[in-house]
Every structure is written in C-alpha cells, then in structure tokens.
Design a protein around this ligand. Structure first.
Ligand code: ZN
Length: 340
C-alpha cells in the first residue's frame, strides 16, 4: 500500500469519526424505537411499511460525504485504493444489509447521497418481490451511448456455507456486496466525464444475494432494471467480489467474450496480468445475466476463488485495498482511455 500524505490522513480521521458517530446513533436508535428491527432479528420490511429515517444520521453522513468530496478538487483524480477500502469499512459499519432490512435501506440512502454529492443525477427504482420491498439506485452522468456499471449492495441473509451452528446468521458481506459498491463509489468520485465518451450509469442493485434461499432467484433487482431499461446499453459491466487479498479474476463463461478480452487487455497494459487471467473458469449467475439474456454485451468481473464466500468470515480484514484499486483503475482507464 502506498503512503498517504498528511492531509489525506486528516480527512480520513474526520471520516472515521463521522462513521463512529453514525454507528453510535444507529445503535441508540435501533434500541430505542420499537418500530425499528435490528437486522439480526428480521430481514424483511413488509410491503407498505413505513421506513423511518433519522435526520441526525443523515447529518452525520453528510459530514462524511463532504469530507470525501473536498479531496483535491482542482486536479485530475485517479482511483484511490485506500479511499475505496474506506468504503468497505463504511458499509460494514451499517451491519449486515439484506434486502428489506433497515440497514439495507440506510445504506441505499447513503449511496444515493454520496453519488449526488459527486454531481451524479440519481433515480430510484422501487420494487416489491414476494412482499419484500427492494430498491435499485441508478446514478447517471455524461453523454453518449449508455454504459452501465453495476454492483449489488444487498448482502446475503444467511451464511449458508458456514458450519450448521452459525448457518442461520447474516453475513457482513465485506467482499460479497461491499467490494462492488466500494469500486463504484470511488469511480463516482474520480471519473473524468470530459474524457468518457459515454453516458455512464452506476447501478446499485438490490436483491441479488437471496438466490436459492426461501425460494428466491438471484439478481431480482438487476432483472427489475433490465426489464424497464429504455435504451440499448453499449456495455454492461458488473463488479462483484473483487476485494480478495489473493486476487485472481478469470473470464466468466456467461460474459461477452469480446468485452471480456478488451477489459483484460487494459488490465495487462496496466501490468495486472497476474491478477486478471485471460482464461475461462467459472460460469457465473450474477447481475449481468438479465442484460446478457436480452442480447446486450454484458460481463461479470468477479474473483470467485474466495474461501469466505457466503460465510460469516466475509469481513473487512479479508479485503485488500490493492485488489479494489486494480479493478477500479482498469475500469477507469477503459472508460477514459482512447476508444474505450
Ligand atoms: Zn453472494
């Protein structure tokens, strides 16, 4: 990890303080309001249930947003691996974030406020699946053919790959859920739209990760978005589980081969050939599929060789800033570079 300058540390100090304040307020609110159900007790908010939000929580979060927004405003920005890692810590600070839970809802609000602070216009797509309320958050910036960058922000409600005694616990999803969102949020900060010849849509999908549980499929949120999409996207790039410390990202067999090759070429040019391995390995069921099956060029950038997948061990200490940085940098260069 490269060294950060003193000013950066100051901002990170302020940011961490804000995160602690948010956490404290959240714990107090969770304990004191009978209408709020801690994520560990329930994963669902029934359709039509009102979801209270806290002004105090929003204010503390705004402090955090402002802190990050103020970094080096007049210079061209590069994807910052350490700031991306900070986004993992933030998300874990919300606790487990399964679809329909209060922590999921609050994280959604936070994502929305963050991208808006970076100058993106934001739309929200509410949906209901099996009486559970879900919500996609779509941020747009730029002009040209549409490129969708997608990541799911929900986390798996049960650790179904844990030993039997802990299998019904939530997972924290530092990597599975957290890493894709972290990469997208840092891209929201740094993408230079004067260089990007596309309308970029950052799609934060809900309800990806309840698949094969309680009769749910995967990618409910991505399906909801794909079915109402009003344009033919040029590319759909989904980022999921990219933070593993020992990073190996292979081509997914359900992804568009041409787009796979182009992205992996960028990685090789950046010197990341050790991590982006241009060989087919897994066949992924993920948020790219609803787009791929409609004939659009869609890929999944995923490191599926992750030993803590769908376990309670998927925590922030298993995620590496450098891994997030490589993936973010590849996408940044792909979008900003000549003929991207
Ligand atoms: Zn998952």
């Amino acid at each position: 990890m490269r060294r950060m300058n003193d000013k950066r540390w100051m901002w990170i100090g302020i940011a961490c303080g804000a995160v602690l304040v948010v956490g404290g307020i959240w714990i107090v609110l969770s304990a004191s309001r009978p209408g709020l159900v801690p994520a560990s007790d329930s994963t669902e908010v029934a359709t039509g249930a009102s979801i209270p939000t806290s002004t105090a929580t929003s204010a503390a979060m705004s402090t955090r947003v402002v802190a990050l927004t103020l970094t080096t405003p007049s210079q061209p920005l590069d994807f910052d691996a350490d700031l991306a890692y900070l986004r993992i810590l933030e998300q874990c600070g919300f606790g487990a974030r399964p679809t329909g839970s209060m922590s999921n809802r609050l994280l959604g609000d936070y994502v929305r406020a963050t991208v808006a602070a970076y100058g993106w216009s934001v739309e929200v797509q509410e949906f209901v699946y099996r009486k559970v309320a879900g919500r996609n958050i779509i941020a747009r910036k730029g002009k040209g053919p549409v490129v969708i960058l997608g990541a799911h922000y929900d986390t798996r409600p049960y650790a179904d790959y844990d030993p039997p005694e802990t299998r019904n616990q939530h997972i924290l999803g530092a990597n599975d859920g957290g890493s894709g969102v972290a990469v997208l949020l840092e891209l929201a900060r740094v993408l230079d739209m004067d260089k990007v010849p596309y309308e970029v849509r950052l799609a934060f999908f809900d309800a990806e990760d309840r698949g094969n549980l309680d009769g749910w499929p995967f990618s409910v949120g991505a399906e909801e978005y794909a079915k109402v999409l009003e344009v033919d996207p040029k590319y759909v790039i989904v980022v999921d589980m990219v933070g593993d410390e020992s990073q190996t990202i292979y081509w997914d067999r359900n992804s568009d081969p041409e787009l796979n090759a182009r992205i992996w070429d960028v990685a090789a040019e950046l010197g990341y050939a050790r991590y982006f391995i241009p060989e087919l390995r897994w066949r992924m069921i993920d948020d790219h599929l609803p787009f791929a099956k409609r004939g659009w060029k869609a890929i999944d950038i995923i490191d599926f060789d992750y030993p803590h997948w769908h376990t309670t061990q998927d925590t922030a200490d298993k995620v590496s800033a450098e891994s997030l940085g490589r993936v973010g940098r590849v996408i940044e260069v792909f979008l900003e570079g000549p003929g991207g």
